[in-house]
Design a protein around this ligand. Structure first.
Ligand SMILES: Cc1cc2nc3c(=O)[nH]c(=O)nc-3n(C[C@H](O)[C@H](O)[C@H](O)COP(=O)(O)OP(=O)(O)OC[C@H]3O[C@@H](n4cnc5c(N)ncnc54)[C@H](O)[C@@H]3O)c2cc1C
Length: 419
């Protein structure tokens, strides 16, 4: 079958991989000049099923309101009452209770653990160039006793999902992450999650795209997708800046931009961008830089070691589709990294970046069939899209092939939004 994958972020490229494995004739289309150049470019690098859970949680509404009033708050939203944003926020608020949280968390955990297994399989089976894959686990740092207590509670909840964890006393932290020895920040404790990993999703997307290109998958870059043309109960063509493209099946993997293409077909996907920022800094002294991914719970900033660089990322802004770089965000990221890891980084070569997390209001992604016979979705991966990319792509390829996916699809399709 001829399949067009719309979008060459990490999700689109992973989708192309599984479709190619099934023997389809695959073409991937993207407006950028190469794969992974939008949200998949500068994320925190965490491959963290243990963290996979919705932002819509009990108590979050008041927490977000309080935080957004603080100076230098990691959370910010613009007051502009844009209808799509308002609708998204209302749906998000309806999910901020204990019952919905539990259901959504279970759904996200189901995808995330499966997905990391799929990624490990690709890394083991295919000769890809390095994507700085690191299996050393993740360390969540708590600066206050209250944060530690919350961390302990959420760790206990992880037992339900079979996730291994260990609480570390302050004097045990540097036995797991030796670079913390140089930090002057007082810690109340930490949570070690040894099953999690980290890696560079941009390098992964690039390496996998090159691998696929050598094996006959076509990549068409610099092509703007404008609309989908209907043909009865199916999609007949994709209208692009370079003419119409035709296929037997179409998979939408356009990150935060998916709703624009789908709306004219009557599919209202509640995916909205949540902006975040990152800095990437070269390592000048490997012994002084972190070896593993570290989450500073107090500032909600994750710092990952990506080969000879570190990446620090965080912040959440509900401010639309703009990608302007706010110097205050850079300063906050820099200060947090310098506090935790005062040595070993080349601060004269910092790369500052912003990206848009494609968030659903309840948390899980939106996968699989639509009411259009040959149109499939791999969208709404939110703050865990790198972690979830391979598993969701395998699921979508299974659905395109008419096979039952390895994981239950309950709560992971567009049906839950009546879209
Ligand atoms: C600050 C930050 C930190 C993050 N940290 C983590 C983390 O630690 N772990 C984790 O798992 N996830 C993390 N994420 C989330 C993760 O990066 C995303 O969920 C993931 O990259 C989404 O991938 P995607 O392929 O769906 O979207 P994208 O990478 O945005 O890909 C979509 C593609 O569609 C193309 N496109 C869009 N519209 C059009 C059009 N009209 N025509 C042609 N092409 C088009 C774009 O060019 C783009 O290449 C983070 C995100 C941010 C912002």
């Amino acid at each position: 079958m001829k399949v067009l994958v719309l979008g060459a972020g990490v999700v689109g490229v992973a989708t192309a991989y599984y479709l190619w494995k099934d023997g389809h004739e695959v073409t991937v289309v993207d407006r950028q000049s190469g794969p992974g150049r939008e949200t998949s470019y500068g994320n925190a690098g965490g491959l963290c099923p243990s963290f996979a859970g919705p932002w819509a949680a009990p108590g979050m509404v008041s927490k977000v309101l309080k935080l957004s009033l603080q100076r230098n708050s990691p959370i910010r939203f613009s007051p502009l009452p844009e209808p799509r944003k308002v609708a998204w926020v209302l749906q998000w608020m309806r999910n901020c209770n204990a019952d919905r949280f539990r259901v959504n968390k279970l759904r996200m955990q189901r995808v995330a653990h499966y997905s990391l297994r799929c990624l490990r399989e690709i890394a083991a089976n295919e000769a890809l160039p390095s994507f700085d894959f690191h299996e050393g686990g993740v360390l969540q740092l708590f600066r206050t006793p209250a944060e530690l207590e919350l961390g302990r509670l959420s760790a206990k909840a992880l037992e339900e999902y079979g996730v291994p964890w260990r609480i570390l006393a302050p004097d045990e932290i540097d036995s797991v992450e030796p670079a913390m020895r140089r930090s002057s920040v007082e810690m109340s404790g930490a949570l070690h999650l040894p099953a999690d990993a980290s890696g560079d999703s941009y390098k992964f997307a690039q390496g996998l795209a090159a691998f696929l290109q050598q094996r006959g998958v076509a990549f068409r870059y610099g092509v703007r997708i404008e609309s989908l043309a209907r043909a009865g109960d199916a999609v007949g063509a994709v209208r692009t800046s370079q003419g119409d493209l035709h296929a037997d099946a179409y998979v939408v993997a356009l990150g935060s931009h998916a709703p624009f293409l789908l709306r004219p077909l009557g599919l209202r996907l509640p995916v909205y961008p949540l902006k975040g920022y990152s800095i990437t800094v070269p390592v000048s002294d490997p012994a002084a830089a972190p070896r593993m991914a570290v989450m500073d719970e107090h500032n909600k900033i994750m710092i990952s070691r990506l080969g000879d660089r570190i990446r620090a990322a965080g912040m959440a802004e509900l401010t639309g589709y703009g990608l302007a770089l706010d110097p205050a965000r850079r300063e906050l990221l820099t200060n947090v990294v310098r506090e935790l890891f005062p040595q070993g980084l080349a601060w004269d070569q910092v790369e500052f970046w912003a990206g848009l997390r494609p968030m659903t209001p309840d948390g899980p992604p939106i996968l699989g069939r639509t009411r259009w016979r040959n149109l499939f979705l791999n969208s709404g991966h939110g703050s865990n899209g790198w972690t979830q990319s391979c598993g969701t792509s395998k699921v979508v390829a299974d659905i395109v092939a008419g096979r039952a996916p390895d994981i239950d699809l309950d709560g992971l399709t567009a049906e839950r939004f009546h879209a």
